[in-house]
Design a protein around this ligand. Sequence first.
Ligand code: 8YV
Length: 313
Amino acid sequence: MAKTILALNNLHPLGLDGLEDGFTVLRLGREHDPENAIQAHQNDIVGIVASVGNTVSAKLIEALPNLEIISNFAVGVDNIDLAAADRRGVVVTNTPDVLTTDTADIALSLILCAARRIVEADAYVRVGKWHGGAMRLGTSLSGKTCGIVGLGRIGQAIAARAAAFDMRILYHGRTAKTHVPYEFCSSLHDMAAQSDFLVLACAGGAETKHLVDEGILEALGEKGYLINIARGSVVDQDALLIALQNKSLAGAGLDVYDNEPNVPESLFSMDNVVLLPHIGSATMETRRKMAQLVIDNIKAHFNGDPVKTPVAA
Ligand code: 8YV
């Protein structure tokens, strides 16, 4: 049997070449008939490389009798049916830590861009509007309240950055942390009501689906900005569009959406939103480290060593 890795993602910019010495790599993007290609190699596939947007369903996992590992090119694993992997004893790995600071930087960028109207200001200069007078005023960060949903690694890095901007930090999650200097809010609704910036940094998936709904957006209210670097699924996108249209929210900074790369066109004409194409981890340095981890995890597993970054079942 040719040990085959099914690559649903090409690990840009490092690429998949690092796997070629021990495995046959089936690059699904290059196949004319992907389903057929998977079927033809069904018994050879021992590993899958995937990322955000590459669904690893129960059906796929069950169709591959010799599958041993799914190595995800992302910290989030909501693209993988973890229960199905667990049932089959398939190891799942992700890429935590290496992307923490870059992703937190993007959260702060979105806060700054939304509050200080940076994107609008750039266009203001380019199209010559400055000659007609000064642009409208922005909102200060200093002294404002930043409510963070999910104080994991990325949430804590966001908190440290926001604190350096003299913001008051609140957080909401499943449990209070004992070792952090920030105030825990057991009620997301109460935290949203107190927040000027509600920053989503939690995991995606069924547990957090539409955690931010109409009621939470109402609580955040006219003073509040919603910042999402987590997953589109965490927010009820229709409710968000209505709140932004009605200006019942001050604005939003979004890096993630439902059904990427499709972004609701109604957002394009809004001047109270900043839109990014899911670039939280998108630097050369970080993406290289993520890709290396994906490869190292696969190699460790087949060498009989513990994988570096397992996802708990
Ligand atoms: C993606 C992300 O990995 O890590 C995550 O969970 O959402 C991103 O860093 C990246 O977009 C590559 O697909």
